[in-house]
Design a protein around this ligand. Structure first.
Ligand SMILES: NC(=O)c1ccc[n+]([C@@H]2O[C@H](COP(=O)([O-])OP(=O)(O)OC[C@H]3O[C@@H](n4cnc5c(N)ncnc54)[C@H](O)[C@@H]3O)[C@@H](O)[C@H]2O)c1
Length: 369
């Protein structure tokens, strides 16, 4: 059965990356777009015309309540995520929400509860834990290849969006938009963080966005320090303040070796392993250069079809949000915050081996996409 997708927010990520993933699911007869809604009339009409669905929907409830919608995609600006995801879960739908899952812990806590009690599955971006490269790195760490993890660095940044003023308004910012990837990755490797402190601020006070000069209110530059206990630390460097780089996304240092994930954690380019036993670097090229960060949608469809639990857990997204909010607070007053939440270690079951084989087959039949 092809699952009906209901899309809320038809902006840049929908029109580009998610559309490509939806097209592949549609070609395989696994999902199709059944309803779209955007507060912007033009974007809603264009999306509706593309998928030949009703262009007249007047509010998000028309998507979440539609009988032919099984899965709701929340792809709006970040401040809207919590309420829209809540409504979709309450309507009994499966939900994929872009990051962060919400912009306050209260909203996020409600989503965790609903994810437990409602019939729908909840998948929260980022979907980076699903990449073959991240899975290999996680496996190497759990197999003890570099021993106990002691320290780490991660970075993700760029010059910043030239669309969407909301990126620079309260509820936006580089931590929620970019730092979330590194925070999610590092915690997946180390386990839950216990304490956080940060330097955050606005480095570029004015920008041109959607052709207008705007004042930047949300932080666009951040260094976040994570404490994993027993004097084991990591730093996340993020911001709309980086033009280019050529450095690993993630560097993890253990008692007996080092792992470097190359590229960005949302677009990996392979990884490298040093072990003291080998006394040399091993280089693992990217296993699937076509892996896309929208893969969470396929994962959600896989889990709905198979009844398996999702590998990416809402608790992990909640933990990342708690860290980012604590980092914002610490950035304001310089006081380190204790982190209360935890999350289970990702479990990659045998279905991932099947998935890798299926993806290889897919690549052959779709000409490499
Ligand atoms: N752009 C990227 O490269 C990128 C990458 C990964 C993730 N994301 C995430 O995807 C989400 C969307 O980003 P984007 O770049 O597409 O933003 P965007 O501004 O291009 O699109 C957001 C859309 O949501 C619509 N919207 C806002 N409130 C709404 C509501 N209540 N109901 C319906 N529609 C509403 C806006 O009109 C807009 O069309 C964000 O959470 C962002 O962090 C973006």
């Amino acid at each position: 059965m092809s699952l009906g997708l209901g899309v809320i927010g038809c902006g840049s990520v929908f029109a580009g990356p998610y559309r490509a993933m939806i097209e592949r699911l549609r070609a395989d007869g696994r999902a199709h777009v059944a309803a779209v809604y955007d507060v912007d009339d033009g974007k809603r009409r264009r999306a509706a015309a593309h998928y030949d669905v009703d262009p007249q929907l007047r509010d998000p409830d028309a998507v979440t309540d539609a009988d032919d919608v099984d899965v709701v995609l929340v792809l709006t600006s970040m401040n809207e995520h919590g309420a829209l995801t809540k409504a979709a879960l309450e309507a009994g739908k499966h939900v994929l929400v872009e990051k962060p899952m919400a912009t306050s812990l209260g909203e996020a806590a409600e989503l965790l509860e609903l994810a437990e009690t409602s019939p729908g599955l909840l998948v929260c971006a980022p979907h980076i834990l699903l990449s073959p490269t991240f899975r290999a790195v996680h496996g190497a760490v759990r197999d003890g290849r570099i021993g106990e993890l002691l320290t780490a660095r991660a970075r993700y940044g760029w010059a910043g969006p030239w669309w969407g003023e909301w990126f620079y308004a309260p509820g936006g910012g580089s931590l929620f938009d970019l730092g979330v990837y590194n925070v999610t990755s590092l915690c997946a490797l180390f386990g839950p963080a216990r304490r956080v402190t940060a330097m955050t601020g606005v480095a570029i006070r004015e920008r041109e966005v959607d052709g207008r000069r705007i004042s930047v209110e949300a932080e666009d530059n951040a260094h976040v320090l994570l404490d994993f206990g027993d004097a084991r630390f990591a730093v996340v460097t993020t911001g709309f303040t980086m033009q280019r780089y050529r450095s690993p996304a993630i560097e993890v240092y253990g008692r007996a070796g080092t792992i470097q994930l190359l590229g960005d954690d949302w677009a990996p380019e392979g990884w490298e392993l040093w072990t003291n036993d080998d006394g040399a670097w091993r280089v693992f090229p990217e296993a699937d250069p076509h892996w896309q960060w929208t893969e969470g949608l396929r994962h959600l469809v896989d889990c709905v079809e198979s009844g398996r639990p999702t590998v990416t857990r809402p608790e992990h997204a909640y933990h990342a949000l708690e860290i980012m909010l604590a980092a914002q607070d610490a950035g304001r007053d310089g006081v380190a915050r204790t982190i209360e939440s935890g999350f289970p270690d990702p479990v990659y079951d045998a279905s991932f081996a099947e998935l890798d084989a299926a993806r290889a087959h897919d690549r052959r039949s779709h000409g490499g996409l």
